[in-house]
Write a protein that binds this ligand. Sequence first.
Ligand SMILES: Cc1cc2nc3c(=O)[nH]c(=O)nc-3n(C[C@H](O)[C@H](O)[C@H](O)COP(=O)(O)O)c2cc1C
Length: 328
Amino acid sequence: MKIFAPLSKSSLFVSEFAQDAFYYMKYCGISPFRDKKKSAYYKIIIEIHAIEKGLSLAQMRPLFGQQKIKAVMSMAKAYGLASNDLPILMTVGALEAYVETHRKLGLDDRFLNEVDAFLAERRIVSAERGDGGLRHYPAGVPAIDSPAGLLLSRFSCRIYDAEPLDHGLIRQIVQTAQSAPSQCNRQAVQVHYFDERNKVHSLLKLQGGASGFQDQVPGLFVVTFDLAAWGGAQQRNQGYVDGGLFSMTMMLAAHAHGAVTCPLNLAVSHITERKIKALANIPDDQRLVMMMAVGKAPSGALRAAASPRRPVDELLKLHETAAGIEPS
Ligand SMILES: Cc1cc2nc3c(=O)[nH]c(=O)nc-3n(C[C@H](O)[C@H](O)[C@H](O)COP(=O)(O)O)c2cc1C
């Protein structure tokens, strides 16, 4: 009967969204049922990355992040200081860079000795070098020297020239990014661009993840998608998949056109999403995917957070292959 079709569709919405909530609440990093080792792994990476970012800013605040560093050092000890997992290697790399950067500035402080003592403790239990801290680009943005080089030389830039990009170049970047695939070629992604200083500043205040460099961001993309392109409970997340693919392509497009970018999360509440939409004049039937700082890098030497990557075998699971079943 006709009446049952919409009813069963609506109940599918309720049950699918409810199961999303169930899975998230069961396994996310703050759940009492979480895998504690896994969540410590991610937590340390997230926290120490904030220190890498602080080091990479144009105006580094001397002795910044002391509480965070103390927390990371104790989390690293609880994780296992002898471990050579990425969170520990990243902690060592970032803290070495922290001490070195401060000492180069001629700063000395009891806190640096505390960090030194932590690093010395680590050296006793492992000779493995740290991985992380800063990436230095003495000659500015690296040249793209091969097809893979386009991907490998992109980095999140948090230092910008004050001048926004020419709108012609912005169009070119977005047009190049339109090479991104989309489900059934829907192309439901929308790109909103801002370079009016006060507007960029206000939007970044709502975003919240660009503190330390938000005053220097010359241009800002807000990537959204049209809800009307999707239907049915099963498709509820697909706009974000297309939006993510588009955003990545846009970062590479910007890089290919000589610009630099920094992806900026929109992990915000509905209230904040509505505030951003109102401020940015984004229609209500669009959902926000992410923001992206965009501009030119200043001329001369440049630095960026190292953001080291996990060993590939931590994420590549070769299941059954043509050569037979791989040992796990
Ligand atoms: C969806 C997304 C959101 C991000 N949000 C922020 C952010 O709010 N602030 C920031 O400084 N970096 C942000 N980043 C940048 C990451 O820190 C960066 O991509 C990561 O450390 C890897 O470094 P790389 O981009 O230089 O390779 C974000 C990245 C992604 C993919």
